[in-house]
Design a protein around this ligand. Structure first.
Ligand code: BV8
Length: 250
């Protein structure tokens, strides 16, 4: 464990009023959800980059739905890990705490986080391709693939942002505003290559925030981060939390 940097991170957080956390697939890795670009990556196994696009869905909605059905099954079978739970608890520790995630697995909400900014949507939500209405449907497996809208009969799609699609305006606007206003921004478990999410930490740093990266590997953000803690989020976040508690008692 990177003890020195754990202490430095706790020191930075202790004095912070406005804290933002941006998470990626890495924070769910210890729950057993494969990351996208790692050894067990979803993308290697299922050519995700080709599947997570509107073109793929138009060409073969059943194939895309089978991939999401497989992922829904994987996510339904796992639990949030200590990393998710610490971030849920920190919402009550700091005067202002904003949680932004690129993940679609819903594990932050299951750990107790509220008002999570889900930049790329949610695997448990479905959207009517004709009416645009969004429903939450946690049934697994779904009765029929591909699913159709109960009111108009049109095809339903995952309520997820695919490559080449715009993110939800108000959500990404809130994410940039929170990053810009933050004193400290934690960037946890992301390879920092997917935009516009990957721009958020640079916006924070540009506005004077201290950026703390938590990742076993270096990323394009590492050179800009004020601190880069090499290790697993499920171990490092509890270590910082413990140190933070000690500092607060002092
Ligand atoms: C848009 C939903 C425009 C799908 C996802 C060139 C430059 C800049 C941008 C682009 C470009 N070319 C194309 C673009 C745009 C593109 C993009 O950024 N492409 C990248 C690949 C270059 N972006 C888009 O298309 C976005 N839309 O730009 O719209 C536009 C504007 C106007 C009008 C029309 C369009 C939309 C992007 C959203 C795509 N959807 N997900 C699904 O999930 O099914 S992105 C996908 O990648 C996931 O959401 C994932 O969250 C995200 C990022 O991946 P990570 O979370 O970082 O996961 P990864 O596996 O990569 O890394 C895991 C990390 O964890 C690793 O670093 C690992 O070391 C670490 N780790 C592992 N274990 C642990 C750990 N860390 C801590 N603890 C551990 N235990």
């Amino acid at each position: 464990m990177d003890e020195d940097n754990v202490g430095a991170a706790a020191e930075l957080l202790r004095g912070a009023e406005r804290v933002v956390a941006l998470t990626g697939a890495g924070i769910s890795a210890e729950s057993g959800v494969p990351t996208f670009r790692g050894q067990d990556g979803l993308w290697k196994t299922y050519r995700a980059q080709e599947l997570a696009t509107p073109e793929a869905f138009r060409a073969d909605p059943t194939l895309v739905w089978e991939w999401y059905e497989w992922r829904r099954g994987r996510v339904a079978a796992v639990e949030p890990n200590p990393g998710h739970r610490i971030l849920a608890r920190w919402a009550a520790v700091f005067r202002s705490f904003t949680l932004i995630t690129q993940n679609v697995d819903g594990l932050h909400a299951r750990a107790g986080s509220v008002d999570v900014l889900e930049l790329h949507g949610n695997i448990w939500k479905l959207r009517c391709t004709a009416e645009g209405t969004v429903v939450e449907d946690r049934r697994h497996p779904l009765p029929k693939l591909p699913p159709h809208c109960s009111s108009c009969g049109a095809l339903l799609r995952p309520h997820i942002v695919w490559f080449g699609e715009s993110l939800d305006g108000p959500t990404i606007t809130r994410a940039f505003a929170a990053s810009q206003a933050s004193n400290v921004m934690l960037v946890i478990g992301t390879s920092a290559v997917v935009h516009p999410a990957a721009s958020l930490p640079f916006t924070a740093a540009g506005s004077g925030a201290r950026v703390i990266e938590i990742n076993p590997e270096p990323t394009p953000l590492t050179a800009t981060a004020h601190l880069s803690l090499r290790g697993q989020a499920g171990l490092i976040l509890p270590a910082i939390d413990e140190r933070l508690g000690t500092l607060r008692q002092a």
